[in-house]
Write a protein of this length. Structure first.
Length: 365
């Protein structure tokens, strides 16, 4: 918890460039959502503004609580996450065949998104306390993270379960696990691909096949990718201009405000605009790395590593998906895609990381 004399002093100590990048990306996201849903009223924009307000409050609350306190609560939070995922599988209402959402007073909440934050906290605490640094350490972490990862995969949500894996690997890397174990994991992963293929749902297999060849089903599973590639390509160097994108306005591009929001942005702002957004994401991840390097707390370093992997993979997958370079998984583009769960979880994680910027010796005892 913040113990400085005033919030003004505390806020002056945090990473302002990071905050500026987050606000810029969020504003660009709201603009793109407005454009993607133009002609459908402003309901989506209003809800995203509410999501942004809630996310800002969560960030401030977590900044106030401090990352040290959340590390202390991490195991309890992880137990709550596992329980919530089990209840969701057993009692949750299915939406499009998946048990991912909890509905409260008209709002949908996705526990697996918050789970990314909880997983970062839990692994950071566990790895900082773990004395071994070999196979035993790896197996313990895989068992710990695997519980939530498997439950998310059963929802089914392949994209989010992959993010859990990326977070786990990132945390292991920052904890100093010898490189030979990463090589071994990569080799085992390749060997397990045929087995994993057998357990995929039919629609998941079709997504992968149409990623390799969208023309395999151009009016079905490959339609989304084809239309998104057209949107990105038609933007050219400078783009068609704000509200001038035809792919979304003529409703050729499906899910333009969520899964394929990058396609909408690229069509209207072109290559240069897209490059600017990707540069902002790169700078954001760099600022996270800077905070990690400055911290003397191993837990903060590992947490920052997990958060970096989380954000980087989301950007890589979402942008690659829109360009036909990655399979369609439905992962959100951070701060820009419509939705509250992802935005709130990321802002909560950033609030905790920003609390590590405060020059409070007691925080790192």
């Amino acid at each position: 918890m913040i113990k400085r004399n005033s919030w003004v002093e505390a806020l002056s100590a945090i990473d302002m460039p990071l905050l500026a990048i987050v606000i810029t990306l969020y504003v660009l996201g709201v603009m793109t959502i407005y454009s993607a849903t133009f002609g459908q009223g402003i309901a989506y924009v209003e809800r995203q503004l509410i999501n942004g307000l809630v996310a800002a409050v969560v960030m401030l609350v977590f900044l106030y609580l401090g990352i040290k306190r959340m590390f202390d609560w991490s195991y309890v939070l992880y137990g709550g996450l596992v329980l919530a995922l089990i209840v969701l599988l057993l009692l949750g209402n299915a939406t499009r065949g998946s048990h991912r959402w909890i509905y409260i007073s008209g709002f949908a909440f996705q526990p697996s998104e918050v789970g990314k934050l909880v997983l970062c906290l839990t692994l950071a605490r566990f790895l900082a306390l773990e004395e071994t640094n070999g196979l035993r350490k790896l197996l313990k972490v895989m068992c710990l993270a695997g519980v939530s990862g498997v439950l998310v995969l059963l929802e089914p949500d392949l994209g989010t379960s992959i993010v859990y894996g990326v977070i786990t690997i990132s945390c292991l890397w920052l904890s100093g696990l010898p490189k030979r174990y990463f090589v071994a994991m990569f080799a085992l992963g390749l060997a397990a691909l045929p087995v994993m293929w057998m357990f995929l749902k039919d629609y998941q297999r079709l997504r992968i096949l149409t990623f390799l060849n969208p023309n395999l089903d151009p009016l079905g599973a490959g339609y989304n990718v084809i239309q998104s590639r057209i949107a990105v390509g038609s933007g050219g160097i400078f783009g068609k201009g704000f509200l001038q994108g035809t792919q979304s306005k003529l409703q050729f591009l499906p899910e333009p405000h969520t899964d394929f929001i990058f396609g909408v942005f690229a069509e209207e702002f072109g290559f240069l605009g897209s490059l600017a957004v990707l540069s902002l994401f790169a700078l954001l991840i760099w600022r996270i790395v800077v905070i990690a390097l400055r911290s003397k707390d191993v837990r903060v370093k590992v947490f920052a590593g997990g958060l970096s992997g989380w954000l980087a993979f989301h950007v890589f997958e979402s942008v690659g998906m829109s360009m036909g370079l990655m399979p369609v998984t439905g992962l959100a583009l951070p701060f820009m895609s419509y939705g509250g769960s992802s935005l709130i979880a990321i802002c909560g994680a950033l609030g905790l990381l920003l609390s590590a910027c405060l020059d409070i010796p007691a925080r790192y005892e």
